[in-house]
Design a protein around this ligand. Structure first.
Ligand code: NAD
Length: 497
């Protein structure tokens, strides 16, 4: 049985707790490896080696740091398929989708290659007579990232390229469900020439997370995961004096106006709802059909959902893989059943789906429910599976109010041909990332990624310019170089000119 070890000081770390946590292949239900589980002692070992490495790395020139980032970028391009295969084997998403994930993650490496530009300070000459002021951004020291199962390559890549390029050492605690890609990323950093200890991986679950949150040697924590854990991480980390950005769950809506191309909207929404089996924080689990859009949209969604081929992610022609665990599958089935019992109309029902030869896999088919009650858990909560609910309203205003009543505010989209409605939507919707005729408006890496309300706890969004601010501290230097023969008189008053 394969063992997945921590990665500390530039090599697999076999000390610490016994490798006990099983890792499954969701397409077969079989155990594919055993994962080491970090306790406080393993986290402490990682922090000590990271701190020692960071002292030198933080003082390394930007030219050298970006050279390593460029090399790392090329290695990730070259190993895209290797990374994607690890993702598919442990997460279950299709290989194509996994390659796409690696590509979107690599965008942050692209951004980090230009860190010299992105982290520049400011300079003001003669702020006062003979006095100049400049600012510089300095690394925090050792920082950590705690990441979810649904993007085992991309979400950590929102963090480590920027943290490292700005001069920090980074410790990753990936999801225990699909941990292997993190170790390959560690190997690639070593091959790129990153000094040992600047990038480390500690595996595990809550015990590892708590050890990270409590460790005084860690200055900042980036978290991405579900809302209850995000809130907990933010509160516990902040109570220990850390800088914390904690991105939480989501329940993204797409409004469909009757004026637009309904077939186009349905195809886009189906890809948002069923891509990656609905396990994306920017998925579209709720469609809000306005007025006459309703019947046309539901008919088009039926056609879209029925043609999706479900199966193991590494098989050609498959468009949707399994969900991550047997519990996740049961959860989707339970939410769908409860909604139907409360009056929702099943348009496409994927609850009974089995995949031949993969009967033990965690498969559930695309499911579309129409006229779902606003009280149903399937509509109100984050189901995180291939379940699309359709609710209907008479007006744009009602639809917008519905979107804004969600406690989450990650993404939101509108499908319309009307510039007026599109503009009103983008200005009035309560969400951090907004799409116009785009179902999953995930920002490119040189913007930042983040939601509002219960989708993000903290002051900074992830990656892009906000990532640079998060992983650095600002310092402002005020200097004066008086003439040696004409000393400046000290004054007891605040200088005003
Ligand atoms: P999760 O919250 O269960 O786990 C995330 C991380 O927290 C993992 O590393 C896990 O080991 C750790 N963890 C889990 N329970 C913990 C606990 N009780 N105490 C301390 N640490 C704990 O999330 P998940 O199921 O892996 O991922 C899916 C969730 O992530 C969804 O809610 C999804 O919306 C969210 N997500 C959000 C974004 C975003 O950008 N906002 C992006 C991706 C995923």
């Amino acid at each position: 049985m394969r063992t997945i070890h921590h990665w500390i000081a530039g090599a697999p770390y076999e000390g610490g707790t016994e490798a006990a946590t099983p890792v499954h292949d969701p397409a077969t239900g079989e155990v594919s490896g055993r994962l080491a589980r970090a306790d406080a002692a393993v986290v402490d070992e990682a922090v000590r080696t990271a701190a020692a490495a960071q002292r030198e790395w933080g003082a390394t020139s930007l030219a050298r740091r970006t050279e390593i980032m460029f090399r790392m970028r090329e290695l990730v391009v070259r190993h895209t398929d290797d990374l994607a295969r690890l993702v598919t084997a442990e997460h279950g998403k299709t290989l194509d989708d996994a390659r796409g994930e690696v590509g979107r993650g690599r965008e942050t490496l692209d951004f980090a290659c230009g860190i010299n530009q992105a982290s520049k300070g400011e300079y003001t000459a003669d702020a006062s007579t003979g006095v100049d002021v400049h600012s510089l951004r300095q690394p925090l020291g050792v920082v950590a990232g705690i990441t979810p199962f649904n993007f085992p390559v991309m979400v950590p890549m929102w963090m480590h390229p920027i943290a490292i390029a700005t001069g920090n050492a980074f410790i990753l605690k990936p999801s225990e469900r699909d941990p292997s890609a993190a170790n390959l990323v560690a190997e690639l950093y070593r091959e790129a020439g990153l000094p040992d200890g600047v990038f480390s991986v500690v595996h595990g679950d809550k015990a590892a997370v708590d050890a990270i949150l409590d460790h005084p040697g860690i200055a900042a924590v980036s978290f991405v995961g579900s809302t209850p854990v995000a809130r907990y991480v933010r509160e516990r980390g902040a109570a220990r004096g850390k800088r914390v950005q904690a991105l939480g769950g989501a329940n993204n809506h797409a409004i469909v106006m009757p004026d637009g191309d309904i077939e186009y909207a349905a195809a886009q929404i189906a890809s948002g709802a069923f891509g990656s089996a609905g396990e994306r924080c920017m998925a579209v689990p709720a469609a809000v059909a306005v007025g006459e859009a309703g019947d046309l949209l539901v008919a088009a969604l039926r056609r879209e959902a029925e043609q999706i081929v479900v199966g193991p992610g590494d098989r050609d022609g498959v468009a949707m893989g399994p969900v991550i665990t047997a519990e996740a599958r049961e959860r989707v089935i339970r939410y769908a059943t409860e909604a139907i019992e409360a009056g929702a109309e099943p348009v496409v029902d994927g609850r009974g789906l089995t995949v031949e030869g993969h009967e033990q896999g965690y498969f559930v088919g695309p499911t579309v429910l129409d006229r779902v009650s606003l009280d149903a858990g399937a509509y109100r909560e984050e189901v995180f599976g291939p379940l699309l609910t359709v609710v209907r309203t008479d007006t744009f205003e009602e639809a917008l109010a519905l979107v804004n009543s969600s406690p989450y505010g990650n993404g939101a989209a509108i499908f319309t041909a009307s510039g007026e409605y599109a503009r009103r939507f983008t200005h009035e919707v309560q969400a951090g990332m907004v799409g116009v005729n785009v179902p999953i408006p995930t920002p490119v890496a040189y913007y930042s990624f983040g939601g509002w309300k219960d989708s993000l706890f903290g002051e900074h969004h992830a990656h892009g310019p906000e990532g640079v601010r998060f992983y650095t501290r600002n310092k402002v230097v005020t200097s004066r170089w008086p003439h040696v023969d004409r000393p400046v008189q000290a004054s007891m008053s605040f200088p005003s000119t």
